[in-house]
Design a protein. Sequence first.
Length: 266
Amino acid sequence: MKYSGWPDPGELVVGKIDEIEDFGVFVDLEEYEDKRGLIHISEVASGWIKNVRDHVREGQIAVCKVLDVDKSSQQIDLSLKDVNDHQRSDKIQEWKNEQKADNWMELAFGEEIEDEDYTAIANELIAIHGGLYEGFKQAAIHGEEALEDTDLDDDEIESIVETARENVSVPYVNVTGYVDLSNPTDTGVDGIREALEAAEGNGEIPEEVDLEVSYVGAPEYRIKVKAPNYKTAESHLEESAQRAVTAIEGHGGTGQYHRERRTDDE
């Protein structure tokens, strides 16, 4: 996806060096439609420059800082020397992430999606999360909840969440669920305690997974899972709840797993 507008002064942009002249370098902006900028020779590198080609080459991908934008003359002035290594690395990673997200949009909605529809969906993600990649990332972590403030319809949200959870890698994912436990039999509290211990895994939870069970309000208990990815987190959440339900039913009690909280706020 390319933006149809103009970059702002001070913004970092990714461009491909298209033409090299003695006075400077022309750059096609990769993130903006039909936009081209100029790096004056004095902004290519610090110090005296004998030959511009000693510093850049045609076809090179470069991160530049926008110095000035003159829409009336269609001119964008850029600087290469004002971008440090850290900024360059971060911007290139951000750009690559947005390219990934562009591919995920095609996976979610098909290659034949109309430009107008694509733009409308993309703008919803950008408005809420600041970018396509961040929108998919949040959808992978939080599911439909991450998109509830958008104007996307249920089918669009489902497609984004499904695609995100199949393709986005995030450092850690947090998921939460709830289990209701009741035990009117003679084992009473002891039976519930045993069910909660079963939910916590009896010391058999993998090292890379954090699982915590806490009391919310009778008969509801919260299960929180932190794991390296969504599928692992979701699997351990469901298994934890099932262990608790099985244990309480073994005492003659009842148990029910659900994703949304039912008791009043604490």
